[in-house]
Design a protein around this ligand. Structure first.
Ligand code: PGA
Length: 248
């Protein structure tokens, strides 16, 4: 593992103000020297972003949006949030290309437009990629990853604010994770595709059913700089366990 290990908490459409208190434990952990290499980033639903930012005021924990519109400033797009608005709230990051949004119809081209706009507003982008079960069964994983990366990152010149989250769609929320060889091979492929675009070392994270049980196995996968944790991050105790087991 590298110097900084990313621990991303994606709360999806969960959470309420009553859970804010439970973040105290994570704040304490983030202040301890032992875990200073842990880069913790929370992605609450939009409704809680402001509360989270206030809560983490004195802590080194960043906050981001789970999505944004491709228009970078303002516009007549009911129900949407722009990169400028996220930035204005105090967000440092945004997740783009998550499979739960791709499944609802988001295209690679749209993701690319969002990434360009988010970068333009100085947000760091957690760019999610991953194959579906059908694609994996047809042995199309590498092809799919290549297409998603090439289309998603089209026209990007500065890769400094990009992180990639490799999240096999069949692993998200299922409790199933890839085996070590498969995961290492896919991470290696992603690195090679990226290397053709930039010499900058882009952090590659793994996401999909990460929990406090399988983390001891996942942390040994080479080439990974951290984890994108969904449901297990919504419980602070579980999330802390994941961080502690990775760093200990
Ligand atoms: P999960 O979600 O950890 O609940 O599988 C991961 C994600 O959606 O990013």
């Amino acid at each position: 593992m590298t110097n900084n290990i990313y621990f991303i908490a994606n709360w999806k459409m969960y959470g309420s103000t009553s859970l804010l208190k439970s973040l105290d434990k994570v704040i304490n952990l983030s202040k301890s020297k032992k875990y200073k290499m842990a880069k913790i980033i929370y992605f609450p639903p939009f409704t809680l972003i402001h509360n989270f930012i206030k809560k983490f005021d004195s802590a080194k924990i960043s906050v981001g949006g789970q999505n944004c519109h491709h228009k970078k400033d303002y516009g007549s797009y009911t129900g949407s949030i722009s990169p400028k608005m996220l930035k204005d709230l105090g967000c440092k990051y945004v997740i783009l290309g998550h499979s739960e949004i791709r499944t609802a119809g988001e295209t690679d081209n749209e993701i690319n437009k969002k990434i360009l706009s988010a970068l333009n507003k100085n947000l760091k982008v957690v760019f999610c990629i991953g194959e579906t079960l059908k694609e994996k069964r047809k042995k199309n994983t590498l092809k799919v990853l290549k297409i998603q990366i090439n289309r998603g990152l089209k026209g990007i010149k500065n890769f400094r604010n990009i992180l990639i989250a490799y999240e096999p769609v069949w692993s998200i929320g299922t409790g199933v994770i890839p085996n070590d060889e498969e995961l290492e091979a896919n991470v290696d492929t992603i690195k090679k595709i990226i290397l053709k675009k930039t010499k900058i070392k882009i952090p590659i994270l793994y996401g999909g059913s990460v929990n406090s049980k399988n983390i001891s196995k996942l942390k040994n996968i080479s080439g990974i700089s951290g984890f994108l944790v969904g449901s297990a991050s919504q419980n602070s105790k579980n999330f802390i366990d994941i961080i502690k087991k990775t760093i200990n």
